[in-house]
Design a protein around this ligand. Structure first.
Ligand code: SAH
Ligand code: SF4
Length: 355
């Protein structure tokens, strides 16, 4: 009999499994704490369970982590893992530390079907969705590495935030992504608050309101252009879900969140394509038309071999940012991190598979 993997089961599912082996439901609670509060992977060490039960669990179940195939830490401490799952498929996870906190950037698919022209993951096509367990375990690998499971001597937490901005389109895999984020935010386990989780999407309109109603985490939209004509050139998905529909879905998201919860619009700065002040003006008009409480995040483009685009100049990026700020929008410029280890979307994986 093949043993069943426990990581990625919802609380209800875990309870059912425990009942199926003839145990009382409260054992599932204890087990949940071992898995997600303590990060324990060895049943033998689950000391408040009887020896008998520990042996029984080991007989039916596994608690595993993906295999770490490669790992790099950049000069700015950005930490990147290339992870391999049981079927040999690989994805990457990145930890981006700040002074007193940090975000773990997790992937939701192997490849991506959206095919944005500027994105290396998009050029790799889609292989498969990740399971909820595979999504959750990326964060667990990072916690293992930094020894951040609770212990009497461990109070600080640097791995404080989660950004769903790795490989893949999370809203093309909503069921597993939502399930994973529910596990990661569960108060009896890893307990990352939903305010510290950001889901980024290229704009899969029918799923956007669910980010509020099913999850309640932050939402980031990869907008990258101020009108449909330009956006469709770099993001073919825009033909299916144009800007107006995305912004209408964002309004619905906002209605379902507490006031002041702004949507973040990510905007990749591409030289002579979308970086003029006319573009910025159009962007402001768009936000006003839809009356959206919005923040921008200006992203320096990370070029990769074979890509047609070039990063905007620093001057242009700053002018663009100042223009948006003059209308009261926050518009920070994202600092490129982990440059020396190719920490941008999809690049470590591609380098390895070329070898
Ligand atoms: N599929 C989702 C989330 C993963 S991509 C989405 O598109 O939102 C995460 C972010 O990385 C997106 O904003 C994406 O546009 C950006 N990105 C993709 N390729 C990039 C590149 N070459 N340089 C900089 N940012 C890039
Ligand atoms: Fe997919 Fe996001 Fe890359 Fe577009 S930017 S191809 S949606 S991962």
């Amino acid at each position: 009999m093949e043993k069943k993997e426990l990581i990625g089961l919802s609380k209800d599912e875990l309870t059912k499994e425990i009942e199926a082996i003839g145990e009382k439901p409260f054992r599932a609670k204890q087990l949940w704490q071992w898995l997600y509060f303590r990060g324990e992977t060895d049943f033998a060490k689950m000391s408040n369970l009887s020896k008998n039960l520990r042996e029984k669990l080991a007989q039916y179940f596994t608690v595993s982590r993906p295999k770490i195939v490669a790992e790099q830490i950049s000069s700015d401490k950005t930490h990147k893992w290339l992870l391999e799952f049981a079927d040999g498929q690989r994805i990457e996870t990145v930890y981006i530390p700040e002074e007193d906190r940090g975000a773990v950037c997790i992937s939701t698919q192997v490849g991506c079907a959206v095919g944005c022209k500027f994105c290396h993951t998009g050029s790799q096509k889609i292989t498969r969705n990740l399971t909820a367990g595979e999504i959750v375990s990326q964060f667990m690998v990072a916690r293992d590495a930094y020894g951040e499971w609770p212990s009497p001597t461990n109070e600080t937490r640097f791995l404080s935030n989660i950004v769903v901005m790795g490989m893949g389109e999370p809203l093309h895999n909503p069921e597993n992504t939502f399930k994973a984020l529910k596990i990661l935010s569960d108060g009896d386990g890893i307990a990352i608050s939903k305010r510290k989780i950001t889901l980024s999407t290229s704009g899969i309109v029918p799923q956007i309101p669910k980010v509020a109603t099913e999850l309640g985490c932050k939402l980031a939209i990869s907008l990258h252009a101020p009108n449909n004509e330009k956006r469709s050139q770099i993001m073919p998905i825009n033909n299916r879900y144009p800007i107006e529909e995305i912004l209408t879905a964002c309004q619905e998201y906002q209605r379902n969140m507490s006031p002041g919860r702004y949507v973040t619009f990510e905007y990749l700065m591409l030289k002579d394509f979308n970086d003029s002040l006319d573009d910025a003006k159009e962007l402001v008009a768009l936000m006003k038309k839809f009356k959206l409480g919005a923040k921008f995040n200006l992203i320096p483009f990370n070029p990769w071999p074979g890509c047609d685009y070039t990063p905007s100049t620093n001057n242009k990026v700053h002018a663009f940012s100042r223009y948006l700020e003059s209308f009261g929008y926050e518009a920070p410029i994202r600092v490129a991190r982990g440059q020396d280890i190719l920490a941008a979307c999809g690049q470590l994986k591609s380098k390895k598979s070329d070898q």
